[in-house]
Design a protein around this ligand. Structure first.
Ligand code: FMN
Ligand code: ADP
Length: 224
């Protein structure tokens, strides 16, 4: 199915907070995907095994694009990006990102650079805003269903083998087939801004504090 014509909503989900079936919780170890995210699209996506979907018993989760928060366990670096490329993947519009950081951390720490450099070094891991795509990637005609998470943060390292806990707070749109790679990229960038605005609301930002996001006990992970 191609995407519909016309403008897209800028915020999704009720202001009063996540509505059933949300919040949904999923988790899994970050595994290799098809290697297209960074190289072809310029948008890396951390994949978790599809079995992560059965956590909490919600195997029937609809394919599509979702938003929420990701807690990442401390990782051992597998690859260092070149110096100066740290915010390469920081794709959210600056004003939206600032509003989101204020909602997550309070008015004291809204400097994106500060956030970029310090959160991931935490011993316990760190929590980030994310957009998630679940499905068959019709544009690429995949034969397996995948769970892919783009984290709104410019990482210095890859984090394969880290454990990722997710709290999913809303549904943005179904998966579409696109006429071109450029139109897919444009829609993913819109998804990122929609997620940022949606998460910056009080009743959503508060989930970034959920303790379970940084609980990796008994879960597969590579200790730092
Ligand atoms: C927010 C987001 C939305 C996406 N929406 C679609 C979509 O509508 N249709 C589609 O074919 N793929 C969609 N994708 C998936 C990309 O095609 C996918 O990330 C790409 O194939 C890279 O795959 P890889 O990480 O396994 O290499 C989306 C990905 C993200 C992060
Ligand atoms: N902002 C980010 N969001 C998600 N993954 C990221 C990000 N920055 C770096 N990565 C790393 O890049 C990997 C995904 O790269 P990608 O090119 O999509 O390859 P693949 O999907 O084949 O694993 C992730 O598993 C993670 O280790």
């Amino acid at each position: 199915m191609p995407p519909p014509d016309g403008p897209r909503p800028t915020v999704v989900g009720p202001d009063s907070g996540p509505e059933s079936p949300f919040p949904l919780r999923l988790d899994g170890k970050v595994i290799k995907g098809f290697g297209r995210g960074s190289s072809e699209l310029g948008i890396p996506t951390a994949n978790i095994p599809i079995s992560g979907l059965s956590v909490g018993g919600h195997t029937s989760i609809e394919s599509g694009v979702y938003y929420g928060f990701a807690g990442l366990s401390p990782s051992r670096a597998t690859h260092q990006h070149p110096p100066g490329s740290t915010s390469k993947y920081h794709l959210m519009a600056h004003h939206i990102f600032s509003a989101l950081l204020t909602a997550m951390f309070g008015p004291g720490d809204t400097d994106p650079e500060h956030h970029e450099k310090n959160t991931f070094t935490s011993e316990k891991g760190a929590v980030y805003p994310m957009v998630m795509s679940i499905g068959w990637n019709p544009f690429y005609k995949n034969t397996v269903r995948s769970v892919e998470v783009h984290i709104m943060h410019g990482f210095e390292e890859e984090f394969y083998d880290s454990h990722m806990n997710l709290v999913v707070l809303g549904f943005i749109r179904p998966e579409y087939d696109y006429v071109s790679k450029e139109s897919l990229i444009e829609d993913i960038k819109t998804d990122i801004d929609v997620a940022g605005r949606s998460l910056a609301r009080k009743e959503y930002a508060k989930y970034s504090k959920e303790k379970g996001l940084l609980d990796f006990s008994g879960k597969s992970e590579v200790a730092s």
